[in-house]
Design a protein around this ligand. Structure first.
Ligand code: BDR
Ligand code: CA
Length: 318
Protein backbone atom coordinates (compact mmCIF):
# COMPACT_ATOMS: atom_id res chain seq x y z
CA UNK A 1 0.00 0.00 0.00
CA UNK A 2 1.37 3.38 -0.99
CA UNK A 3 0.32 5.95 1.60
CA UNK A 4 -1.63 8.99 0.39
CA UNK A 5 0.42 12.19 0.53
CA UNK A 6 -1.44 14.95 2.29
CA UNK A 7 -0.90 18.53 3.44
CA UNK A 8 -3.19 19.71 6.23
CA UNK A 9 -4.16 23.40 6.10
CA UNK A 10 -5.16 24.15 9.65
CA UNK A 11 -6.01 26.51 12.55
CA UNK A 12 -5.17 24.41 15.63
CA UNK A 13 -7.55 24.17 17.42
CA UNK A 14 -8.26 21.13 19.63
CA UNK A 15 -9.78 18.92 16.94
CA UNK A 16 -7.16 20.07 14.42
CA UNK A 17 -4.46 18.82 16.80
CA UNK A 18 -6.26 15.48 17.11
CA UNK A 19 -6.35 15.29 13.31
CA UNK A 20 -2.53 15.61 13.15
CA UNK A 21 -2.19 12.81 15.71
CA UNK A 22 -4.57 10.62 13.73
CA UNK A 23 -2.64 11.28 10.51
CA UNK A 24 0.65 10.42 12.23
CA UNK A 25 -0.87 7.23 13.65
CA UNK A 26 -2.19 6.05 10.27
CA UNK A 27 0.00 4.03 7.88
CA UNK A 28 -2.43 4.85 5.06
CA UNK A 29 -1.33 8.51 5.25
CA UNK A 30 1.94 10.33 4.67
CA UNK A 31 1.67 13.73 6.34
CA UNK A 32 3.86 15.98 4.18
CA UNK A 33 3.34 19.32 5.94
CA UNK A 34 1.05 21.59 7.91
CA UNK A 35 0.13 25.06 6.68
CA UNK A 36 -1.31 27.36 9.33
CA UNK A 37 -4.13 29.87 9.01
CA UNK A 38 -6.10 32.23 11.26
CA UNK A 39 -9.27 30.70 12.68
CA UNK A 40 -9.87 29.13 16.04
CA UNK A 41 -7.25 31.50 17.42
CA UNK A 42 -4.79 34.03 15.91
CA UNK A 43 -2.08 33.00 13.46
CA UNK A 44 0.74 33.27 16.05
CA UNK A 45 -0.92 30.65 18.22
CA UNK A 46 -2.17 28.40 15.41
CA UNK A 47 1.39 28.25 14.02
CA UNK A 48 2.90 27.67 17.46
CA UNK A 49 0.34 24.96 18.24
CA UNK A 50 1.06 23.18 14.95
CA UNK A 51 4.77 23.04 15.80
CA UNK A 52 4.15 22.06 19.42
CA UNK A 53 1.81 19.17 18.59
CA UNK A 54 4.26 17.80 16.00
CA UNK A 55 7.00 17.89 18.66
CA UNK A 56 4.75 16.11 21.13
CA UNK A 57 4.40 13.28 18.61
CA UNK A 58 8.15 13.21 17.77
CA UNK A 59 7.32 14.53 14.30
CA UNK A 60 9.13 17.86 14.21
CA UNK A 61 10.75 16.83 10.89
CA UNK A 62 7.39 17.66 9.25
CA UNK A 63 7.49 21.26 7.97
CA UNK A 64 5.04 23.93 9.12
CA UNK A 65 4.46 26.93 6.83
CA UNK A 66 2.79 29.96 8.33
CA UNK A 67 -0.15 31.33 6.38
CA UNK A 68 -2.70 34.14 6.38
CA UNK A 69 -3.51 36.10 9.50
CA UNK A 70 -6.72 37.66 8.17
CA UNK A 71 -9.71 36.63 6.08
CA UNK A 72 -10.13 38.07 2.55
CA UNK A 73 -13.01 40.48 3.18
CA UNK A 74 -14.76 39.82 6.47
CA UNK A 75 -13.48 40.89 9.87
CA UNK A 76 -11.25 38.51 11.82
CA UNK A 77 -13.35 36.10 13.85
CA UNK A 78 -12.16 36.05 17.45
CA UNK A 79 -14.75 33.79 19.03
CA UNK A 80 -12.86 30.48 18.79
CA UNK A 81 -11.25 30.71 22.22
CA UNK A 82 -14.65 29.99 23.82
CA UNK A 83 -14.55 26.53 22.22
CA UNK A 84 -10.81 25.85 22.15
CA UNK A 85 -9.49 27.78 25.18
CA UNK A 86 -7.23 30.84 25.17
CA UNK A 87 -4.22 28.83 23.97
CA UNK A 88 -6.26 27.22 21.17
CA UNK A 89 -5.53 23.73 22.49
CA UNK A 90 -7.65 23.60 25.62
CA UNK A 91 -5.98 22.99 28.98
CA UNK A 92 -2.94 21.25 27.53
CA UNK A 93 0.38 22.80 28.49
CA UNK A 94 2.77 21.90 25.71
CA UNK A 95 6.32 23.29 25.94
CA UNK A 96 7.32 26.13 23.62
CA UNK A 97 8.33 24.41 20.37
CA UNK A 98 12.04 24.26 19.57
CA UNK A 99 11.40 24.17 15.84
CA UNK A 100 10.41 27.15 13.70
CA UNK A 101 8.08 27.49 10.75
CA UNK A 102 9.83 27.38 7.36
CA UNK A 103 10.65 30.72 5.69
CA UNK A 104 8.19 30.26 2.82
CA UNK A 105 4.63 31.55 3.18
CA UNK A 106 1.96 28.83 3.26
CA UNK A 107 0.49 30.01 -0.05
CA UNK A 108 3.82 29.70 -1.87
CA UNK A 109 4.57 26.39 -0.16
CA UNK A 110 1.22 24.97 -1.28
CA UNK A 111 1.75 26.16 -4.86
CA UNK A 112 5.30 24.80 -5.05
CA UNK A 113 4.44 21.38 -3.63
CA UNK A 114 1.28 20.92 -5.69
CA UNK A 115 2.98 21.88 -8.98
CA UNK A 116 6.03 19.75 -8.20
CA UNK A 117 3.93 16.57 -7.93
CA UNK A 118 0.88 16.88 -10.19
CA UNK A 119 -2.10 14.78 -9.02
CA UNK A 120 -0.11 13.31 -6.14
CA UNK A 121 -0.98 15.62 -3.27
CA UNK A 122 -4.31 15.94 -1.46
CA UNK A 123 -4.87 19.04 0.63
CA UNK A 124 -7.04 18.80 3.74
CA UNK A 125 -8.28 22.28 4.73
CA UNK A 126 -9.65 22.05 8.28
CA UNK A 127 -9.75 25.78 9.01
CA UNK A 128 -10.95 28.88 7.13
CA UNK A 129 -10.17 28.60 3.40
CA UNK A 130 -8.08 31.79 3.07
CA UNK A 131 -4.73 30.14 2.20
CA UNK A 132 -6.29 27.81 -0.37
CA UNK A 133 -8.29 30.60 -2.04
CA UNK A 134 -5.25 32.85 -2.35
CA UNK A 135 -3.12 29.99 -3.67
CA UNK A 136 -5.73 29.47 -6.41
CA UNK A 137 -5.73 33.17 -7.25
CA UNK A 138 -1.94 33.45 -7.23
CA UNK A 139 -1.30 30.33 -9.31
CA UNK A 140 -4.42 29.04 -11.13
CA UNK A 141 -2.44 26.09 -12.52
CA UNK A 142 -2.84 24.36 -9.16
CA UNK A 143 -6.50 23.73 -10.06
CA UNK A 144 -5.37 21.06 -12.56
CA UNK A 145 -2.41 19.83 -10.51
CA UNK A 146 -4.10 19.28 -7.14
CA UNK A 147 -5.40 15.75 -6.64
CA UNK A 148 -8.25 16.83 -4.36
CA UNK A 149 -9.39 18.97 -1.45
CA UNK A 150 -11.06 17.28 1.50
CA UNK A 151 -12.67 20.16 3.36
CA UNK A 152 -14.10 20.18 6.88
CA UNK A 153 -16.72 22.85 6.62
CA UNK A 154 -20.30 23.81 6.01
CA UNK A 155 -23.60 22.45 7.06
CA UNK A 156 -26.07 21.07 4.54
CA UNK A 157 -29.29 20.00 6.31
CA UNK A 158 -28.43 21.31 9.79
CA UNK A 159 -27.99 24.82 11.16
CA UNK A 160 -24.62 26.32 11.94
CA UNK A 161 -22.27 26.43 14.90
CA UNK A 162 -20.78 29.93 14.38
CA UNK A 163 -24.09 31.59 13.53
CA UNK A 164 -27.55 30.02 13.44
CA UNK A 165 -26.97 29.40 9.71
CA UNK A 166 -23.23 29.03 9.20
CA UNK A 167 -20.49 26.61 10.16
CA UNK A 168 -17.33 28.12 11.70
CA UNK A 169 -14.70 27.49 9.00
CA UNK A 170 -16.92 28.89 6.25
CA UNK A 171 -18.26 31.74 8.40
CA UNK A 172 -14.69 32.81 9.23
CA UNK A 173 -13.98 33.51 5.51
CA UNK A 174 -17.04 33.10 3.27
CA UNK A 175 -15.43 34.77 0.23
CA UNK A 176 -12.51 32.34 0.38
CA UNK A 177 -14.96 29.43 0.48
CA UNK A 178 -16.72 30.91 -2.56
CA UNK A 179 -13.47 30.98 -4.57
CA UNK A 180 -12.63 27.40 -3.57
CA UNK A 181 -16.13 25.96 -4.20
CA UNK A 182 -16.15 27.47 -7.72
CA UNK A 183 -12.54 26.62 -8.57
CA UNK A 184 -13.09 23.32 -10.37
CA UNK A 185 -10.76 21.42 -8.01
CA UNK A 186 -12.21 18.00 -7.04
CA UNK A 187 -13.71 18.55 -3.58
CA UNK A 188 -15.02 16.27 -0.85
CA UNK A 189 -16.96 18.15 1.81
CA UNK A 190 -17.22 16.90 5.40
CA UNK A 191 -19.97 19.09 6.92
CA UNK A 192 -21.46 19.34 10.42
CA UNK A 193 -24.18 16.89 9.33
CA UNK A 194 -21.63 14.08 9.69
CA UNK A 195 -19.13 15.49 12.18
CA UNK A 196 -21.88 15.93 14.78
CA UNK A 197 -22.34 12.16 14.66
CA UNK A 198 -18.73 11.57 15.73
CA UNK A 199 -18.67 12.27 19.46
CA UNK A 200 -15.70 11.50 21.65
CA UNK A 201 -16.93 11.08 25.24
CA UNK A 202 -15.22 11.66 28.58
CA UNK A 203 -15.43 7.88 29.18
CA UNK A 204 -13.50 7.29 25.95
CA UNK A 205 -10.81 9.72 27.07
CA UNK A 206 -10.58 8.19 30.56
CA UNK A 207 -10.21 4.72 29.06
CA UNK A 208 -7.43 5.91 26.74
CA UNK A 209 -5.66 7.37 29.77
CA UNK A 210 -5.20 3.91 31.29
CA UNK A 211 -2.09 4.08 29.10
CA UNK A 212 0.46 6.38 30.67
CA UNK A 213 1.58 8.52 27.74
CA UNK A 214 1.95 12.21 26.86
CA UNK A 215 -0.32 11.54 23.87
CA UNK A 216 -3.21 10.15 25.94
CA UNK A 217 -2.73 12.97 28.44
CA UNK A 218 -2.79 15.55 25.65
CA UNK A 219 -6.07 14.12 24.33
CA UNK A 220 -7.54 14.48 27.84
CA UNK A 221 -6.18 17.96 28.62
CA UNK A 222 -6.94 19.36 25.18
CA UNK A 223 -10.54 18.15 25.07
CA UNK A 224 -11.69 19.32 28.54
CA UNK A 225 -12.65 22.88 27.53
CA UNK A 226 -14.04 21.63 24.21
CA UNK A 227 -16.29 19.15 26.01
CA UNK A 228 -17.51 21.86 28.41
CA UNK A 229 -18.54 23.97 25.42
CA UNK A 230 -20.54 21.11 23.94
CA UNK A 231 -22.20 20.33 27.27
CA UNK A 232 -23.33 23.95 27.56
CA UNK A 233 -24.41 24.56 23.96
CA UNK A 234 -25.28 21.35 22.26
CA UNK A 235 -26.33 19.23 25.17
CA UNK A 236 -24.22 16.23 24.41
CA UNK A 237 -21.67 14.71 26.70
CA UNK A 238 -18.63 14.67 24.48
CA UNK A 239 -17.03 16.61 21.67
CA UNK A 240 -17.33 16.34 17.91
CA UNK A 241 -14.20 15.17 16.08
CA UNK A 242 -14.87 17.45 13.09
CA UNK A 243 -11.34 17.69 11.69
CA UNK A 244 -10.11 14.12 12.34
CA UNK A 245 -13.15 12.82 10.43
CA UNK A 246 -11.77 14.22 7.15
CA UNK A 247 -8.99 11.60 7.35
CA UNK A 248 -11.52 8.78 7.37
CA UNK A 249 -11.96 9.50 3.64
CA UNK A 250 -8.57 7.79 3.30
CA UNK A 251 -8.53 5.40 6.27
CA UNK A 252 -12.12 4.12 6.24
CA UNK A 253 -14.17 5.56 3.34
CA UNK A 254 -16.74 2.78 3.81
CA UNK A 255 -18.01 4.59 6.92
CA UNK A 256 -19.53 7.38 4.79
CA UNK A 257 -22.56 7.82 2.56
CA UNK A 258 -21.59 10.32 -0.13
CA UNK A 259 -23.72 12.23 -2.64
CA UNK A 260 -22.61 14.52 -5.49
CA UNK A 261 -24.18 17.97 -5.22
CA UNK A 262 -23.96 21.54 -6.38
CA UNK A 263 -23.07 23.45 -3.21
CA UNK A 264 -22.73 27.21 -2.87
CA UNK A 265 -22.07 29.69 -0.07
CA UNK A 266 -23.79 32.95 0.84
CA UNK A 267 -21.31 35.82 0.56
CA UNK A 268 -23.82 38.59 1.11
CA UNK A 269 -23.39 40.47 4.36
CA UNK A 270 -26.83 39.52 5.65
CA UNK A 271 -27.94 37.19 8.39
CA UNK A 272 -27.09 34.05 6.42
CA UNK A 273 -23.55 35.03 5.46
CA UNK A 274 -21.37 31.93 5.33
CA UNK A 275 -24.36 29.62 4.99
CA UNK A 276 -23.65 26.64 2.72
CA UNK A 277 -26.55 25.25 0.73
CA UNK A 278 -26.85 22.28 -1.59
CA UNK A 279 -29.17 21.97 -4.55
CA UNK A 280 -30.48 18.65 -3.25
CA UNK A 281 -33.39 18.50 -5.71
CA UNK A 282 -31.21 19.54 -8.68
CA UNK A 283 -33.51 22.49 -9.31
CA UNK A 284 -30.82 24.83 -10.65
CA UNK A 285 -29.56 22.20 -13.13
CA UNK A 286 -26.04 23.31 -12.25
CA UNK A 287 -23.55 20.43 -12.35
CA UNK A 288 -22.37 19.04 -9.02
CA UNK A 289 -19.20 20.77 -7.81
CA UNK A 290 -18.42 18.44 -4.94
CA UNK A 291 -18.92 15.11 -3.23
CA UNK A 292 -20.68 15.65 0.10
CA UNK A 293 -20.64 13.30 3.09
CA UNK A 294 -24.33 13.02 3.99
CA UNK A 295 -24.06 10.28 6.61
CA UNK A 296 -21.42 8.44 8.62
CA UNK A 297 -21.17 5.51 11.03
CA UNK A 298 -20.06 7.84 13.79
CA UNK A 299 -19.34 5.39 16.60
CA UNK A 300 -17.30 3.19 14.27
CA UNK A 301 -15.16 6.22 13.44
CA UNK A 302 -14.66 7.06 17.14
CA UNK A 303 -13.59 3.47 17.82
CA UNK A 304 -11.11 3.66 14.94
CA UNK A 305 -9.78 6.98 16.27
CA UNK A 306 -9.34 5.47 19.75
CA UNK A 307 -7.54 2.39 18.40
CA UNK A 308 -5.08 4.62 16.55
CA UNK A 309 -4.59 6.85 19.62
CA UNK A 310 -3.90 3.76 21.75
CA UNK A 311 -1.23 2.58 19.33
CA UNK A 312 0.35 6.05 19.17
CA UNK A 313 0.19 6.39 22.96
CA UNK A 314 1.97 3.04 23.41
CA UNK A 315 4.69 4.08 20.96
CA UNK A 316 5.31 7.35 22.86
CA UNK A 317 5.07 6.29 26.50
CA UNK A 318 6.48 8.04 29.62
C1 BDR B 1 -14.66 23.55 12.69
O1 BDR B 1 -14.49 24.79 13.38
C2 BDR B 1 -13.42 24.72 14.27
O2 BDR B 1 -13.78 25.21 15.51
C3 BDR B 1 -12.99 23.27 14.34
O3 BDR B 1 -11.59 23.17 14.48
C4 BDR B 1 -13.45 22.71 13.03
O4 BDR B 1 -12.48 22.83 12.02
C5 BDR B 1 -15.98 22.95 13.08
O5 BDR B 1 -17.03 23.79 12.73
CA1 CA C 1 -10.17 23.45 12.54
Amino acid sequence: MTPTKIIIDTDPGVDDALAFLLALASPEIKLEALTSVHGNIGIEKTTRNALAVLELANASHIPVARGCSLPLVSALNTTGDVVHGSSGIGNSKLPEPKSQPIEQHAIDYLIERILAEPNQISVFPIGPLTNVALAIRKEPRIVQALKELVIMGGSIKQGGNASPLAEFNIFADPQAAHIVFHSGIPITLIPLDVTHKCLLTSEDVEKLNKISSPIARFVRDATEVYMDFYRQHEIFDGCALHDPLTLATIIAPELFTFEEHYVDVDISTGISTGNTFADLMKISKKPANMKVAMDVRGRDFINLFLERMETLSRSISE
